[in-house]
Design a protein around this ligand. Structure first.
Ligand code: COA
Length: 242
């Protein structure tokens, strides 16, 4: 097993993208903020983009962005999109980052449940620490939340097992690493499209205007046929690592 970064091995980018692509619902790839910012994230922050190789193949990957954050709940970005914006705009304005925000981790399905995500997170946290960043946070996308799309993140985050850990497997991975839940990220990703686009991303039909449960979505998706718009505002969960 070997850990490399995008900076070390840019040619592995495509292989890593395949690992990521297969693990997420289609609609997450249609958020406009990453479309505008990811090119610069890849250029500026390649050292926080790590891949785990097994026999030379990419089996897991994850990335984060360095951003300025004063350590208070009030100063947290509203979520994923705004963390991206803060990191890139901050870098271009010469603002010193204080924190690393983990942004995404994906493990090839053949390597699930072997602690590979933890390997990725530990490596990113180690890099943040050696670069002098004082906080490590993440706007998590809890992996079971899509099963409870009518429940608010604040309520879901409080559901725990008898051992005190979250009922959610992905929150548990972070808790086992010593992370604590901070607060919901209320407007983490916003994904808008026409009704036809949403029908194709969700592989559903939306015959009337209303809110729908969509597979893989953590919240309901609002479809407005009169305006030909579908809007999804995804709520995530801020956690802070030690
Ligand atoms: C979430 C993810 C990164 C976890 O990776 P991993 O290396 O398997 O993580 P871990 O080995 O630490 O397992 C974490 C927990 O998830 C559970 N889990 C992992 N894969 C699972 C699967 N396919 N089905 C059910 N549970 C699974 C593990 O059993 C463990 O739960 P436990 O507390 O009961 O032991 C991986 O499943 C993934 O890539 N998912 C799709 C992308 C995603 O949702 N990323 C997170 C949001 S950014």
């Amino acid at each position: 097993m070997e850990i490399v970064t995008r900076a070390d091995r840019p040619e592995l980018h495509e292989a890593a993208a395949v690992v990521f692509r297969e693990r997420w619902p289609e609609f997450v790839f249609h958020d406009n903020v990453p479309k505008r910012y990811m090119g610069r994230v890849e250029e500026y922050f390649a050292r926080y983009d790590v891949m785990v190789l097994d026999g030379g193949s990419v089996v897991a990957g994850g990335w984060g962005v360095p951003m300025a954050w004063d350590g208070s709940a009030d100063d947290l970005p509203p979520g994923y999109d705004d963390a991206l914006i803060r990191a890139v705009d901050g870098r271009e304005a010469g603002i010193e980052p204080t924190s690393l925000s983990f942004m995404a981790v994906a493990v090839g399905s053949s390597h699930d449940r072997r602690g590979m995500a933890g390997v990725v997170l530990e490596e990113l946290a180690r890099r943040a620490c050696s670069d002098g960043l004082t906080h490590v946070v993440a706007p998590l996308r809890p992996t079971w939340k899509h099963r409870y799309p009518m429940v608010s993140m604040a309520e879901y985050a409080g559901w725990s097992r008898p051992d005190g850990l979250s009922i959610d497997p992905w929150i548990r991975t972070h808790q086992r690493m010593g992370a604590r839940v901070l607060c919901p990220a209320p407007r983490s990703m916003v994904i808008e499209g026409t009704v036809a686009e949403w029908e194709s991303w969700a592989d559903m039909v939306f015959p009337v205007s209303r809110e729908y449960v969509v597979p893989g979505a953590l919240n309901l998706v609002l479809i407005d046929r009169e305006r030909d718009r579908g809007v999804y505002v995804e709520e995530n969960l801020w956690v802070q690592h030690r």
